[in-house]
Ligand binder design. Sequence first.
Ligand SMILES: [Cu+2]
Length: 188
Amino acid sequence: MTRNDTRFISGTEVIWVGTILILLLGVLLVSRLQQPGDDDGSAASGHSGAWRPLPVDEQRFLARAQSLIDRYAVEDDEGRLVTKPPPGTDLYLVGELWKWWPTYQLEQGRSYRLHLSSIDWIHGFSMLPELEAVPVLPGYEVVVALIPRLAGVRTITCSEYCGVGHEEMIGTLHIVRSTGAEVVDDSR
Ligand SMILES: [Cu+2]
């Protein structure tokens, strides 16, 4: 037996374990990014194939979200800002440690194009049952078709672990019936 054999961990072993870990992380990341949007029969998915993150300028994305707020935001009964763009509007939703903004009010059964991006970290957009684990990435946007199926104050959660505030990264979409402004909650 040589001296090397008696060492606790050899350099070669460290390299092998490291390589395998990196490969596993790579496979995990690629499979996340290629998650198909409409294989689950979701009514929200108006496109075919994988999510496609496209490079986006962060300042332009933020400006678009802000301009929707400037144009359509009103205060609700509790003094919170709710942004109410008409059906068909391109929506810009920002994921950020640890919140989602703006808060939109949308009409049930109408279709919207939802643009998602992050300004800091990798997040994931989930609003079940319409959309699950859509990647929300800094420097990229993912555009998905959203047709809200259930009325009510709907919860957006983050599907990618993003630090100590991950569990509290909750946003809301207010979904109203298209005939009026009354919120009828049948989402739970
Ligand atoms: Cu997150």
